[in-house]
Design a protein around this ligand. Sequence first.
Ligand code: ADP
Length: 169
Amino acid sequence: MVKAIYPGSFDPCTLGHLDIIKRSSALFDEVIVGVLNNSKKNPLFTVSERVNMIKELTKDMPNIKVMSFDGLLVDFAREVDVHVIIRGLRAITDFEYELQIAQSNKAQHSEIETVFLTTDIHYSYLSSTIVREFASYGGDISSFVPKEIIPLVEEKYRNINVKGDKDGQ
Ligand code: ADP
């Protein structure tokens, strides 16, 4: 039985992330989507909101488990006894960083293998940052995120804008 972890911030989960989740679920017996609770970043969605959104999106995929984690990915991998890490590669700009991280993880935990899945060509430009940028200006994000996620993102920015208006008064 080969298990894998697909780690990330997923703030929010995009169609690119979902594509990697679906393809991983066909390759591995079990895939743990690891949602990083990064205290240094100021995320749009709380970690439990991100976990719940991915649980909802993967509810019909029985071999997908969604968990949050803090700290180092290698420590989380040890904790759940998983030796395979999945990462998505979009462009050459991802490569340098991903290679460095993969090699650092290997140096820390020699049994870890990182598997890279190349992005679907339709999503090669797509990132959570792009989604947040467009949504913050009221842009159309329907080609960026699963349909279930659209109202959640829109509501976040409605609240932020209302708060901003109040604070600006
Ligand atoms: P991180 O902050 O760890 O990079 P992200 O949530 O941005 O977390 O991304 C998680 C993983 O998903 C990374 O491996 C990233 O390269 C991959 N990824 C992000 N967007 C896409 C996409 N559009 N297509 C394929 N992989 C993607």
